[in-house]
Design a protein around this ligand. Structure first.
Ligand code: ATP
Length: 307
C-alpha cells in the first residue's frame, strides 16, 4: 500500500522586501524550504517540528495544494499535489493556524453545512454529518450561535469539525490545540488518537513538545528549511545520546542514601547499580528513572544547527 503522504526534496523560495531607510526597500529571497523529505504512513500521527520560521507551514501548504513547490514533489495517497490538486483536495482535511475563512454571521452549524456543500455532499448527508461533528467536538450546545460569538477554543473545535466534514483519510493539523484550555486540548488529542486508530494519516504541528511526545508516533525536526532528524521520539533521543537520570533510594542501618547516575543505557545501568548496592548489603527503596524529554532533543538539535 502507498504511504499516505510522501514529500520528496521539497524546495520553496519566496520573494520578499526589506526596508532600508524610511522609504527604500530592497528585494530579498527567503529560502523557506531547502529540500525537505519525509513520509507519513496510514494510521500514523507524524509531528512536524521546528522553531518559528523553520518552514513547517510552508510544507503543510504545499502538501495541501495551497502553494506550488519550486522543486521536488509530494504525493497524497499516490496523487501528485500539483498535477492532481483537485483529487488531493478531496482527500485531505486541513486546519491552518490562525484559522480564518469562517462566516462570522453564520452559526457554527451553518458554517459546517456550507463547507460540506462545497465538497459536493448532498443536503441531507451534510446536515447529518454537521450535527454529528458538532457533537464530536463538543459544540452541540453552541450549534446555532453565530461564529463571531465563539471563543478561541470554540473556534479551534469548529476548525477541526470543518476539516473532518468530508471524512478525509488524510489530515493536516497545524497547531490544532493552540488557545485551548487543558481539558479541551486533551479532548482534541483523544480525538486525534481516535482518528489515527481509524487508519487516518495525520500530520501534526505544535510548539507544545510535551503534547507532540504524547501523541506522535514519529516526528521530524526541521530548521532553516531542512529536515535535521527524524524518528520516533524515543529513537530521536537515542540518536542524540540524551541521558536518562536514574535515582535509587537505598538504606543501610536506617540510613537513607540516594544513588544518582546519568546514562544513555538505563536498563544496564539500573542493573549495575542494584547489583553493586546489594553486594554492599544496601536495601533498595524507591527507584526513579527520568527520561530525557523531546524538548531537550529539540533544543539540542536546533542549537547545534545554529553553531
Ligand atoms: N508569503 C511569504 N512571503 C515571504 N516569505 C514567506 C512567506 N511565507 C513564509 N515566508 C517565510 O518562509 C520562512 C518559513 O515560514 P513558515 O511559515 O513556513 O515557518 P513555520 O515553521 O511555520 O513558522 P512558525 O512556527 O512561526 O509558524 C520564514 O522565513 C517566513 O518568513
Amino acid at each position: 500500500m502507498n504511504d499516505a503522504i510522501i514529500a520528496l526534496n521539497l524546495r520553496k523560495k519566496f520573494v520578499s522586501y526589506e526596508r532600508i531607510g524610511f522609504i527604500r526597500r530592497r528585494k530579498i529571497i527567503v529560502e523557506a524550504l531547502k529540500g525537505v523529505s519525509f513520509n507519513v504512513k496510514w494510521g500514523e500521527v507524524y509531528g512536524l517540528l521546528g522553531p518559528n520560521g523553520a518552514g513547517k507551514t510552508t510544507t503543510v501548504k504545499i502538501l495541501a495544494t495551497l502553494l506550488i513547490p519550486d522543486d521536488g514533489y509530494a504525493m497524497i495517497n499516490g496523487h501528485d499535489v500539483v498535477k492532481e490538486a483537485n483529487i488531493v483536495r478531496s482527500i485531505i482535511g486541513l486546519i491552518l493556524y490562525p484559522d480564518k475563512g469562517f462566516y462570522s454571521r453564520l452559526s457554527g452549524y451553518e458554517n459546517l453545512v456550507y463547507f460540506g456543500k462545497l465538497y459536493g455532499l448532498s443536503k441531507s448527508m451534510v446536515e447529518t454529518r454537521a450535527r454529528e461533528l458538532m457533537r464530536l467536538v463538543g459544540l452541540e450546545n453552541a450549534m446555532n450561535r453565530p461564529y463571531e460569538e465563539y471563543s478561541l477554543g470554540m473556534r479551534a473545535r469548529l476548525a477541526i469539525a470543518r476539516a473532518l466534514i468530508h471524512d478525509p483519510p488524510v489530515l493536516f493539523l497545524d497547531e490544532p490545540t493552540i488557545g485551548l484550555d487543558p481539558i479541551s486540548a486533551r479532548e482534541v488529542r483523544e480525538l486525534v488518537r481516535k482518528l489515527r486508530n481509524e487508519g487516518k494519516a495525520i500530520l501534526f504541528t505544535s510548539h507544545n513538545l510535551w503534547e507532540v511526545e504524547e501523541i506522535c508516533d514519529r516526528v521530524g525536526i526541521i530548521n532553516n528549511g531542512k529536515m535535521i532528524i527524524e524518528g520516533s521520539p524515543r529513537d530521536i533521543k537515542d540518536m542524540l545520546g540524551l541521558k536518562y537520570t536514574i535515582e535509587i533510594e537505598t538504606q543501610i542501618n536506617g540510613r537513607v542514601e540516594i544513588i544518582r547516575e546519568e546514562t544513555t543505557n538505563p536498563i544496564d545501568t539500573l542493573r549495575k547499580i542494584i547489583n553493586e548496592a546489594e553486594s554492599r548489603g544496601l536495601r533498595i527503596g524507591k527507584v526513579r528513572i527520568n527520561e530525557p524529554s523531546l524538548e531537550e532533543a529539540f533544543v539540542r538539535v536546533v542549537e547545534n544547527e545554529g553553531k
